[in-house]
Design a binder for this molecule. Structure first.
Ligand SMILES: [Zn+2]
Length: 292
């Protein structure tokens, strides 16, 4: 179990799965063969498979503040209907035992924060109980961007059927019905030193989560960064970005804001060890320093 501290706050990474996810050149439409070869050469081992697949982790972060237990993003979930994502269709993982290994029972989670409402960030919001999707964390308030929620609510109500609207139906709507959702504005602060910051582009109302304690800083970036390829080449947006141009702008700004500052950066899909600092790379672009 990987553990990180930011001042007095303890952050644990709870892994659902780590696997080769997609061919890099499919996921990053502007990634040329030469750029991929550069990444194969410059990125640390384990980021790409020899045949150019992206190695990706699906994990949640649990922040223990001493006062609250806060879960950030809830991965894909078990038993969900995801026919358009065959690997994750009726998926089964040991996420709850992994959470237990981090010393947390579901009823001990005080807050769930969703950086955005894509299917792979809301899955464990709910689990199947007697044939119905119920909040996995019975005592938690689920913090979601109002902008993001309103967008997906409108897409869902319009009858669109895709993986995101399926996730809205089985992993977001039941939380609202249980009166556990809290829809927040872009300047929401959960408690002193834990606040959201809008970073739209990957999704309509995407936010990142800043953590500050005792002079130390970190940022949980959700999907503003998907892979270390985007540190080597920050302009690369993904097929999963709702607005590729805006995502390019906000991702580049985020990288520039944190590079060389010593801030910890905690992305949602970087493979283990997943947590590091952004530094300028001598070969160009940036690199992810996971050494300390
Ligand atoms: Zn994601």
């Amino acid at each position: 179990m990987a553990m990180t501290t930011i001042g007095k706050y303890v952050i644990e990474r709870v892994v659902e799965t780590e696997r080769p996810y997609a061919p890099a050149r499919d996921f990053f439409p502007d990634l040329s063969e030469d750029m991929l070869a550069t990444c194969q050469r410059d990125l640390p081992a384990g980021q790409l498979t020899p045949d150019g697949m992206l190695q990706m982790s699906f994990h949640a972060y649990v922040i223990k503040t001493g006062r609250y237990v806060i879960m950030v993003d809830t991965c894909c979930g078990n038993g969900k209907e995801r026919p358009l994502r065959p690997v994750f269709h009726q998926f089964k993982s040991d996420f709850i035992p992994a959470l237990a290994a981090a010393g947390v029972r579901p009823e001990e989670v005080d807050f769930v924060m969703c950086t955005h409402l894509h299917w792979d960030h809301v899955g464990w919001n709910t689990r199947l109980v007697d044939g119905k999707w119920k909040p996995t964390f019975p005592n938690a308030k689920y913090i979601m961007s109002k902008t993001e929620f309103d967008y997906w609510d409108q897409v869902y109500q319009s009858g669109v059927k895709n993986t995101h609207t399926q996730a809205f139906e089985d992993s977001v709507d039941p939380v609202v019905r249980a009166n556990q959702a809290v829809l927040v504005q872009d300047d929401y602060e959960l408690e002193q030193g834990i606040w959201v910051e809008p970073c739209h582009g990957h999704s309509r109302g995407n936010f990142v989560i800043n953590v500050a304690s005792q002079g130390e800083r970190g940022v949980l970036t959700g999907d503003v960064l998907h892979h270390q390829i985007q540190l080597r080449f920050p302009a690369l947006s993904t097929v999963a970005d709702d607005d590729a141009d805006l995502a390019r702008v906000t991702r580049t700004a985020l990288i520039n804001a944190h590079a060389g500052t010593g801030h910890l950066v905690l992305p949602a899909h970087f493979p283990a060890p997943s947590v590091g600092r952004i530094e300028a790379a001598s070969v160009g672009g940036f690199r992810f320093d996971t050494e300390s």
